[in-house]
Design a protein around this ligand. Sequence first.
Ligand SMILES: [Zn+2]
Length: 257
Amino acid sequence: MTGTLANTDKIVERLKIEVAACTRLMNLEGIMDYSGHVSARVPGRELFVIQDLDMARGDVHPDNLLLADFDGNKVDGPDGLFPPAEVCIHSEILKARPDINSVAHVHPDTAILFTLADGPKLSPVRNHAARWGDGIPVHPDPAHINTPELGKALADTLGSHNAALIRAHGIVVAAENVPAVLIDTVHFVENAEAFFRAAQLGPVLPLTKQEMASFLERFRRPRHIRKLWDYYMGRGITAGAVPAEWAGVAEQALPTS
Ligand SMILES: [Zn+2]
């Protein structure tokens, strides 16, 4: 085996632990339930790590994760396991967005409400939602995204944004790595819930462009991702949802500044 391939194997090993941990933590925190999935791009390859179709989200393990290609086909993984029906959400977004290395697709109730009513559009109200200051597009087609064409249509809706709502269905969140996609998804759900609850009090006052610029100017994203990843991993380990030996694995690849 060449050095490069051996390095890739090590990276895939780490990405599988990250995806398994992220999935279990989303399940523990109520962000993911019986469906939804997280992917991780294999650097420099048209491949990504993804879970099996039916595996309970709290049971996802590095040993039962798959490698899929940009057509959504399984290229490696245990016999009898196959990518999720909506694998093309991941293949098409990763194909269209070389700046993105991880995608989460989940179905959070409160965020979906914003696609069901002729009311205000979901926009940033909590400071960390400044990540989506350039807009949160709504994909108009509520269909199960189970073909490359439907996946590409969603990737087109997402465009250069970092999250999108899918009408009557769910959300996609795109980030630079798996820990970041966990933290962004947490913040996306927090923001949707805050907006919804604030609307009970009166007209909502979304963050202004200036407020978001001020927040982002002082925000140290890598440090924030590392802090919250450690926090959620700690909760997962205490709850018995994540094995203690997975702690520290993703942190090896996270910037410290
Ligand atoms: Zn879905």
